[in-house]
Each structure stands twice: as structure tokens, then as C-alpha cells.
Ligand binder design. Structure first.
Ligand code: SF4
Length: 345
């Protein structure tokens, strides 16, 4: 683990160091500057493995404190960290973060949380749309990391949940996080005030089992979600990335049945559905990290979708999308009739 000079002066760093030491980690380097170097070299695979195993405590760049819109999930992206130690072969971070995939935990957590006030009522996804207005202004904490995955060594998610649950904001707010982990014990007794919605990121057995290295099994994620719901948290399922793998109908049916069994009947439950997509950049990075991957990333089999700035994304064809979406609409109504669907993409 690395701690930059500026991060060493921040209060949250003490919390991280205490947690890391309690976890038995002894390889801790306090850097004399704010530059993290020496993680390149060797071949790309070795550099990847070393970076993925490295946690750095840093002060966030000024850009992290200027919140960005993050439709369709939430009004604003709120980064508590950047990077994730898991090894998902489709990871969307591959296309959006450059450089070695170190996990950077932000030491200036107090400033990041204090900055939330200025955005209340200003978003375009839940602040102003009637369909989702009940959620208040929403802040998504899992765009660039899995906040629960690194929580044992950061404590950042607990601090954020407590802040959001107890702070007097100028209007209604909701913190959001999605995770492929299930260790929720440290969150159950927090004063969350019903203002944090945690979602389990779940998938068909063959997708989770084959492509989501280093994460908790789906059953563990669902058990954690059930415990959160029983502790009064609003919860959700992020079904992502949906893939029409062989036997997908049976596999996703089994998933929805397991979710229904894990959650209390009165859970405040939402569902978000995200189909698999990739970009030329993410494909290139992922194929260098996972050269033997069986993940389908064939541009010839996909439709092109153009983003705001002309960037191309490869998504399933319109016919495949229609088939998937129609099936999920019916299956969700059957198995999780009380769940509210937030979006399909
Ligand atoms: S858990 Fe999420 S952020 Fe982490 S590697 Fe997997 S997809 Fe990427």
C-alpha cells in the first residue's frame, strides 16, 4: 500500500491505515511526494497484476470534486475512490480510466462529502424528473470503483452513509452504491436514515462464474442485500451486464428466484438493467489484460451507438435488445412484482 505525502496529512488516512494494519498488511510505503511511480515495467500482464494488487491513498484531483452528471443512474457521480481490485473481464473501468489499474482511495473524504450540498436540487435525472422525484438528488458512488469491495480497508462508504444519513442537506438526497460483494456487517447499524440505496450487481451464473474474478459469489451478494433491506436500507438489483449467453432465460430466471428468496417481502426494491456493451478502447485494454477471455466482443455482431461526442459503443442489435427487454419485463413482473424498474439500457 502507498500513501502520498498530501494524503498523509488527512484525517481519513488514519482510518485507512488503522484498517489496513488490522487486516495484517505490513507492506505500507509513505511516499515523500504525491507521485505514484514504479508500477510499470515488465510485460503488460505483470504490470496489470501488480497495479491491481496496489492500494494507494491519495488526495483526489480537483476534477473529482467538481461533480459530473451520470445518467441514467443518478444526478451526480460522487467518487470516494478510483479503481477496483477485482478482475471482471468486461470491466467498464478499462475504457474510462487510463494508466495502471491501481485502486486510489481518496483521503480528502471530508471535503468530498462537504461538497455534496452545492449540488442538491440541481441534477437532471432524479432531481427534476417526476418519475424518479421521490429519490431526491442522487449521488452515485460506484461509477469508478466498487465501494463495498474496498470498504474493509477504507471505511469510506460507512463514512459517506453516515454523513448522508445525518447531515442537514438543503433538500432531499440519496446516496447510491452498487457492489459485487456481500460483507455488509459494518453497514447494518449505521444511521443511514433511509437515504442510501445499495444495489447488488448480479448476473446469470455462467457470466458471474466465468467473468467476475475476485468478487463474491452472487448468493453472497444477495444475502448481503437481504441483510441491508432488513436493516431498513432501500435496496436494488443492478442486473449487469446482461448477456444472451446459452440458456440465458433459465439462468436469469434462477437469478430472479434467488433474489426474491433473499429479500424480505417488504423491501424497498428497485431494478436497473444494463446490457453488455464495449468500446474500441475498452476492448483493446480488456484483451491485453485478459488475453484468453471468452467474452464476446465482436464488433461485427453488434450495433453501433454513438455518444454525445461521437464516441462509438458496440451494443446488441435492435432485435436482440427487444427480445431481452421483453423477456425481462415479463420475468421481473412475475418474480419481483413489488420492484420498481428504474431503467433499461
Ligand atoms: S467489481 Fe466492478 S469495478 Fe471492480 S473489476 Fe468488477 S466491474 Fe470493474
Amino acid at each position: 500500500m502507498l500513501v502520498t505525502r498530501s494524503a498523509g496529512e488527512r484525517a481519513h488516512t488514519r482510518e485507512v491505515l488503522a484498517r489496513v494494519e488490522a487486516a495484517g498488511v505490513t507492506d505500507i510505503t509513505l511516499l515523500r511526494s504525491d507521485r505514484i511511480s514504479g508500477l510499470g515495467g515488465e510485460d503488460e500482464r505483470a504490470a496489470y497484476a501488480r497495479a491491481k494488487a496496489t492500494l494507494a491513498v491519495v488526495v483526489s484531483p480537483p476534477s473529482a470534486r467538481k461533480l459530473q452528471p451520470i445518467a441514467p443512474s443518478a444526478d451526480w457521480r460522487l467518487d470516494l475512490a478510483r479503481g477496483c481490485p477485482a478482475h471482471c473481464q468486461y470491466c467498464y473501468l478499462a475504457g474510462s480510466l487510463s494508466g495502471p489499474p491501481i485502486t486510489r482511495v481518496y483521503a480528502d473524504l471530508d471535503d468530498i462529502l462537504a461538497g455534496m450540498d452545492a449540488y442538491v436540487g440541481r441534477g437532471t435525472v432524479t432531481s427534476t424528473r417526476t418519475a424518479r422525484a421521490g429519490e431526491g438528488t442522487t449521488y452515485e458512488a460506484s461509477c469508478y470503483t466498487d465501494p463495498l469491495g474496498i470498504e474493509p480497508v477504507t471505511g469510506s462508504l460507512a463514512a459517506a452513509i453516515t454523513h448522508v444519513g445525518t447531515h442537514a442537506f438543503p433538500g432531499p438526497v440519496q446516496l447510491r452504491a452498487t457492489t459485487k460483494y456481500g460483507a455488509v456487517d459494518g453497514l447494518l447499524d449505521l444511521p443511514h436514515g433511509g437515504r442510501t440505496r445499495i444495489r447488488a450487481s448480479v448476473n446469470a451464473d455462467s457470466v458471474a462464474g466465468r467473468f467476475e474474478g475476485g468478487t463474491d459469489p452472487v448468493a453472497v451478494r444477495l444475502a448481503g442485500l437481504g441483510a441491508l433491506a432488513r436493516a431498513g436500507y432501500p435496496v436494488g438489483l443492478t442486473i449487469a451486464p446482461i448477456m444472451p449467453v446459452e440458456g440465458w432465460r433459465e439462468q436469469y430466471t434462477a437469478l430472479l428466484e434467488s433474489a426474491a428468496a433473499a429479500l424480505p417481502a417488504d423491501a424497498d426494491l428497485t431494478v436497473e438493467c444494463i446490457t453488455h456493451r464495449f468500446t474500441p478502447g475498452s476492448k483493446e485494454v480488456l484483451e491485453s489484460w485478459y488475453p484468453r477471455t471468452k467474452l464476446e466482443m465482436d464488433p461485427e455482431r453488434r450495433s453501433r451507438k454513438f455518444g454525445k461526442f461521437g464516441a462509438v459503443k458496440y451494443v446488441y442489435t435492435a432485435a436482440e435488445m427487444r427480445e431481452l427487454r421483453t423477456w425481462f419485463d415479463i420475468a421481473l413482473a412475475d418474480h419481483l412484482p413489488a420492484a420498481r424498474s428504474l431503467y433499461w439500457t
